[in-house]
Design a binder for this molecule. Structure first.
Ligand code: TRP
Length: 325
């Protein structure tokens, strides 16, 4: 039997290439080796956006379209929406009963997000309970492995602890999942900071050709390299970082050429644009097709939701039995 994987993203709308190299590329690869569940965490979106929910459904659909466009394959993986599988909410309630508040207050993301996210009310019970909902997502499917970024490790640790606590009280039901941290390249935004939608420095997965060109032209390069034969410093140059992502061999060549002042930034950008176009254009084409046919996308999700419901209901029956309900 294949081992199980569950991973998820909050629906923030269109994804950028940082999401691809940081997660989706890996999700895609895992599909052949594992039984994969990939979830749109739309209930998690409520923890910060409860006051304004109008974008959540649309963002969910857009994100699912991006997933399919890069090769997440619904015939291999279960692609589904958290809010359509009510067992997530039910297990969230049950796990809340055995969650010591101290565990939640101690979670580093709780304090971090409160300083990072501005302009939203994060004083609620749901926001504090974020890790409980995430644990429910994972434990419901008895996932063995959860591919996540560094920032989610504390939530995974919480999940393991709450699984252990439940199993101690009521008998062995849950599997303690393992985090899978994959080495991924750092993808800078066009300004050199981390690529992030909130910084406005993203290149989207389905970026249209014209705006892609503009974004590459605006990429941050070595400010000391003014004329084309000035020696450059590739470290910290966004163009160079993209060579490293798309073609590490080429990056080595470019490094030398740049440091010796043998090529100007404009020419260098032109070449990197080609790599980006080769990568993005097919994704953008597939996405266009998908978005045209909203009914198809909705059908894919409904089928995924049904499969997820079946798997989750099976675990819910074991949970109720363990609780002697
Ligand atoms: N908290 C995750 C994030 O913000 C999203 C998420 C929700 C998740 N439920 C999950 C990730 C379950 C992995 C497993 O990135």
């Amino acid at each position: 039997m294949k081992k199980k994987i569950l991973s998820a993203m909050r629906p923030t709308g269109r994804l950028h290439i940082g999401h691809y190299f940081g997660a989706l590329k890996n999700w895609k690869k895992l599909q052949d080796e594992y039984e994969c569940f990939y979830m749109v965490a739309d209930l998690h979106a409520l923890t910060t956006d409860f006051a304004d929910t109008k974008n959540i459904a649309q963002n969910s659909l857009e994100m699912a379209a991006d997933w399919l466009s890069v090769g997440i394959d619904p015939s291999k993986s279960v692609v589904f929406e958290q809010s359509k599988v009510s067992a997530h909410s039910e297990l969230f309630l049950i796990l809340s009963m055995i969650t010591p508040l101290g565990w939640l207050y101690r979670c580093p993301t709780y304090k971090e997000q409160q300083t990072e996210i501005k302009g939203k009310d994060l004083t609620g019970y749901g926001f504090l309970g974020y890790p409980v909902l995430m644990a429910s997502d994972i434990l419901l499917y008895k996932a063995d492995i959860v591919p996540v970024g560094q920032d989610q490790l504390a939530h995974l640790e919480f999940t393991r602890e709450i699984a252990r606590r439940f199993n101690n009280f009521y008998g062995q039901v849950f599997v303690e999942p393992e985090a899978k941290l994959t080495k991924t390249p750092k993808v800078p935004g066009i300004d050199g900071r981390k690529m992030s939608k909130s910084y406005g420095n993203s290149i989207f997965l389905a970026e249209d050709p014209e705006s892609l060109k503009k974004k590459v032209q605006n990429m941050f390069t070595d400010p000391l390299k003014i004329k084309k034969d000035d020696p450059g410093h590739p470290d910290g140059c966004v163009v160079f970082a993209f060579y490293e992502i798309f073609n590490p061999q080429k990056a080595l060549e470019k490094k030398e050429i740049c440091e010796n002042g043998k090529m100007g930034c404009a020419a260098c950008k032109k070449e990197v644009l080609q790599y980006l176009e080769e990568f993005i254009n097919p994704i953008a084409r597939r996405r266009k097709e998908l978005i045209k046919d909203k009914g198809f996308l909705e059908k894919v999700l409904e089928e995924g939701n049904e499969k997820a419901r079946q798997a989750a209901d099976k675990t819910m029956r074991e949970i109720r039995e363990a609780l002697k309900f």
